[in-house]
Design a protein around this ligand. Structure first.
Ligand SMILES: NC(=O)c1ccc[n+]([C@@H]2O[C@H](COP(=O)([O-])OP(=O)(O)OC[C@H]3O[C@@H](n4cnc5c(N)ncnc54)[C@H](O)[C@@H]3O)[C@@H](O)[C@H]2O)c1
Ligand SMILES: O=C(O)C(=O)C[C@H](O)[C@H](O)CO
Length: 264
């Protein structure tokens, strides 16, 4: 049974894997035996993450490229292939959010969010999938969101991107599953990271909403998502394809409840 989750000999790339959810995914995959590569656009994060990974005995290969740049991605992946090996597991994790009302959001900002959160996963997948197809195996994991299925005020660009990413995941499955690739998404709930810090820390009222919408009654931890990435990257998920695995503490199962109602 243990061999089902053994990633020995596999090369994994986690975009934006220098902290937060990406690092949790990277740690889970590396601890299962994968050779871990992480990218980011921020050199300081790439440098600092090495010590964090090393605390858990993980030697990480780091590389800086902008996931929105076709040329940057092509050069970055070519470097990884030359210095580490062909990529077996791609986690499209890098992402941004802008919390601005539709009427106040510049189109350029909307386009930037779409480029990072939707177009970039396509750029990465288009660059990596041909090799996976040739080798007749590969795992692609696209980091979706609650906003792959819900709207919420002020996050229109993010929801449009993450909603699109859910269906792009399905379409990658439709075209590539026949070649032995498994392409799935993970839909984290509300997770305690830098991205949600502005609506989580300092007694922000959004905490009340998260508590009443999350049956598990807590913010998720990055490791909750990392564990799901290990499952989808493993042999155990070889017949799981085109799906989004929601790691949300029950949010999608719950309309909401009155705080304190039926508490025991
Ligand atoms: N935190 C949550 O509650 C939550 C929930 C659902 C989905 N997600 C998604 O999970 C992923 C990671 O979330 P997080 O909370 O860890 O985010 P984060 O903002 O803490 O980390 C994202 C990382 O991506 C990197 N990045 C941004 N743009 C890049 C680019 N153009 N090229 C390369 N790297 C780039 C950033 O430098 C950063 O290190 C994102 O896709 C996010 O949308 C987060
Ligand atoms: O709703 C927000 O403002 C968010 O930050 C969304 C979260 O990052 C996350 O994607 C929810 O799944």
């Amino acid at each position: 049974m243990k061999e089902l989750f053994d990633l020995s000999g596999k090369v994994a790339l986690v975009t934006g894997g220098t902290h937060g959810i990406g690092m949790a995914c990277g740690k889970a995959l590396a601890k299962a035996g994968a050779k871990l590569c992480v990218n980011d656009i921020d050199d300081a994060k790439l440098e600092s993450c090495k010590a964090e990974y090393a605390k858990e005995g993980i030697e990480v290969y780091t590389i800086n490229f902008n996931v929105c740049s076709e040329d940057g991605v092509d050069k970055g992946i070519s470097t990884i292939e030359a210095e580490v090996g062909p990529i077996d597991i791609l986690v499209n994790n890098a992402g941004i959010i802008k919390r601005v009302p539709i009427l106040d959001m510049p189109i350029a900002d909307f386009e930037l969010v779409l480029n990072v959160d939707l177009v970039a996963p396509l750029i990465l997948a288009k660059r990596v999938a041909p090799g996976m197809i040739k080798r007749r195996h590969g795992k692609i994991i696209n980091m979706c969101s609650m906003m792959s299925v819900y709207g919420r005020q002020n996050v229109s660009a993010y929801a449009a991107a993450k909603g699109g990413l859910k269906l792009l995941t399905a379409n990658m499955c439709c075209e590539w599953a026949k070649y032995g690739l498994q392409i799935n998404g993970i839909g984290p709930g509300y997770i305690a990271t830098e991205q949600t810090a502005p609506i989580r820390v300092g007694g922000h009222p959004f905490n009340d909403l998260v508590m009443t919408r999350t049956p598990a009654n807590r913010w998720g931890e990055p490791e909750d998502v990392g564990n799901a990435s290990l499952f989808l990257a493993s042999k155990a998920a070889d017949f799981v394809n085109g799906q989004v695995l929601y790691v949300d503490g029950g949010i999608l199962a719950n309309f909401g409840y009155v705080k304190g109602e039926n508490d025991i």
